[in-house]
Design a protein around this ligand. Structure first.
Ligand code: AGP
Length: 612
């Protein structure tokens, strides 16, 4: 939800902190700030600004800060309006300590009332400010990290914090509980950040903090402990992304770049998961024993948003190919249900970021009930991956656009491969049948390239419909989730009301919506339900609805019914969501661009929802 960056070393901190913030802007961008210890005056100086990071850059251009220890923050407001006063960093009464925070403190009112009674003066409406006054209260003849730990123990909620103090100017303290925080290990300098891209331009050696851990950094060392001060030893992980991957690579937006990356990413993902010699599927971080996977009686998929739609597709695959009853729910519902799950349930948690609060809470509940958890995740070392029994990384590289695209299709491929893996170890499908599916799956990246060659045509089609006030997306069977995903893509980046629906439900309500002011996107590739989709299209046309149809190459019937068509290559029905989704992503993208929307940073949204 927010982005944290910290630096301690020998170089000027300001440019490094601002560069790091820029790379975290996708995490939240309604206000930002920076705090640096000024060695000469031995004081903490702060610059803060409402709006995006360029507002802060403009401010520090006229009022620069000079020092080698600092913290910075880009905010997605949860408590207190997104304005300069509520922007981080926040300070204690005496201005000796500065803090940046990501997360939500659920008991901050109680703590704030008590602190005010004790004479503390608050400047903002944020929950964060409570933390720095608690640190001030405990910072008496103890090291900064001890004061921080004592303060954090009183908090209920989630946090990742960066803290500096004029009393110990050669120290940078970080801590996390419920929100991600990493250490970047440099040479004669060290970094703290909410996410890898912030430091990747300076170091590829990353240490991931776990829940309840505190780190003390100076320019040459880092020391990790738990909140009780017990030392925790950790090694750095070498990250193989380069910073260019996190840039736009010549595309107008991260989202368009990431849509176009999908064929290469899926190609790598498929080939990296199939043993060249044996042809067997394998997952290096999948640590759940085969015997356990053979014994499970049911599967429960938990995820949010686009990841949930990937889970819906997986439900069709798992039930039809593995014969395992598969349930699914959005994480925010799953976590509060009276769950009938236990040791015989395999929970599959799907999350691009691995930091979605509701999904993490669902996983913790599942583990409490004795279920095994496997996560499908894109971020190495993220919280979800470190709390799961097994992990399947999607290796889609950093997904910067808030609207998820390449992570979605990578999740689908990972889920299909896992389905085949289960079907094989449980002796449900013969190897020959699995290999036939894998041969079809291997064709998908090239088929996606064929679709991406239609971008200009899709852009024209999108612009032609971009003035319409609302959209309906219809799909059936394994492409019902595709309809939901297409609608989510459009609404979240163009702000046009868009609804995904099971096409068979048309007569039960949505058909009342059909008129000439609405576009209806009909997902009708070759399938066992194709004729039913053709009937839907006929119903819509007879009521002057504007149909945009996604069909398979060679389809003649639908071409008679509408000129607004996008043809995709023929593939096994099972894999059609991997192809259908590209026109849906591009349709949303070009409509949003035509409407002048901020495609990569849509209003009110953040890339990773790390609070409830
Ligand atoms: C998708 O385009 C949205 N940005 C959003 O629904 C997202 O899929 C959801 O927040 C889940 O995020 P996660 O995969 O990181 O858990």
């Amino acid at each position: 939800m927010c982005g944290i960056v910290g630096y301690i070393g020998s170089r000027e901190a300001q440019p490094i902190l601002l560069a790091g913030l820029r790379r975290l802007e996708y995490r939240g961008y309604d206000s930002s700030g920076i705090a640096i210890i000024l060695p000469r005056k031995n004081s903490v100086s702060i610059r803060k600004s409402a709006g995006k990071i360029q507002a802060l850059e403009k401010l520090v251009k006229t009022k620069p800060l000079s020092g080698v220890t600092g913290i910075a923050h880009t905010r997605w407001a949860t408590h207190g309006a997104p304005n300069q006063c509520n922007a981080h960093p926040h300070q204690d009464c005496k201005g000796e300590i500065a803090i940046v925070h990501n997360g939500i403190i659920e008991n901050y009112e109680t703590l704030k009332t008590q602190l005010i009674k004790e004479g503390h003066r608050f400047r903002s409406q944020t929950d964060t400010e409570v933390i720095v006054h608690l640190i001030e209260k405990f910072y008496d003849n103890v090291p900064l990290e001890e004061a921080v730990s004592r303060a954090l123990k009183l908090l209920i909620g989630s946090f990742a914090v960066g803290v500096i103090s004029t009393r110990e100017p050669s120290k940078l303290v970080g801590a996390r509980l419920g929100s991600p925080l990493i250490i970047g290990v440099g040479k004669g300098e060290n970094f703290l950040a909410s996410d890898i891209p912030a430091v990747l331009g300076f170091t590829k050696e990353i240490v991931f903090l776990d829940e309840g851990e505190v780190v003390v950094l100076d320019k040459d060392n880092f020391k990790i402990s738990d909140l009780d001060g017990k030392t925790v030893f950790k090694k750095a992980t070498h990250i193989d992304w380069d910073i260019a991957q996190a840039e736009k690579a010549g595309f107008d937006h991260f989202m368009l770049k990431e849509i176009n990356e999908q064929p290469r990413i899926l190609e790598n993902l498929i080939s990296s998961r199939i043993n060249k010699e044996s042809g067997k599927i394998f997952f290096e971080e999948q640590n759940i024993p085969e015997d356990k996977l053979k014994s499970i009686k049911e599967i429960f998929i938990v995820a949010c948003g686009t990841a949930y739609h990937a889970g819906m597709v997986a439900k069709y695959a798992l039930e039809s190919l593995c014969g395992i009853p598969t349930h699914i729910d959005v994480s925010s519902e799953f976590r509060y249900r009276d769950l009938l799950i236990g040791p015989e349930t395999l929970v599959i948690a799907i999350s691009q970021s691995g930091e979605t609060a509701d999904t993490l809470a669902g996983v913790r509940e599942a583990k409490r009930r004795g279920s095994s958890v496997i996560s499908i995740c894109n971020v190495l070392g993220s919280t979800l991956t470190r709390e799961s029994d097994g992990v399947i990384y999607t290796h889609a590289g950093p997904e910067i656009g808030v609207a998820s695209t390449k992570a979605y299709t990578a999740q689908l491929v990972a889920l299909f491969l896992f389905t085949f893996y289960l079907a094989e170890i449980r002796d449900i499908l013969p190897v020959a049948k699995i290999n036939k599916y894998l041969d079809e799956l291997r064709k998908i990246p090239k088929q996606q390239i064929e679709i991406l060659k239609l971008q200009k045509k899709i852009a024209t089609l999108s612009r032609k419909h971009s003035h319409l006030g609302s959209f309906l997306y219809l799909g059936r069977n394994i492409n019902y989730p595709s309809a939901l995903e297409g609608a989510l893509k459009l609404k979240e980046i163009s702000y046009i009301p868009a609804e995904g629906y099971a096409a068979g439900e048309m007569k039960h309500g949505p058909i009342a919506l059909i008129d000439e002011y609405r576009a209806v996107v009909c997902i009708a590739p070759g399938s066992k339900v194709y004729e039913k989709m053709v009937s839907n299209i006929q119903e819509i046309r007879s009521r002057q609805g504007k149909v945009i149809a996604i069909i398979s190459e060679g389809d003649k019937e639908v071409k008679e019914l509408t000129r607004n068509i996008i043809c995709i290559p023929k593939t096994d029905e099972l894999f059609s969501p991997l192809l259908v989704v590209l026109p849906l992503q591009l349709l949303a993208y070009y409509i949003a661009v035509k409407r002048g929307c901020d495609v990569d940073q849509p209003r009110n949204l953040a890339k990773s929802v790390t609070v409830e």
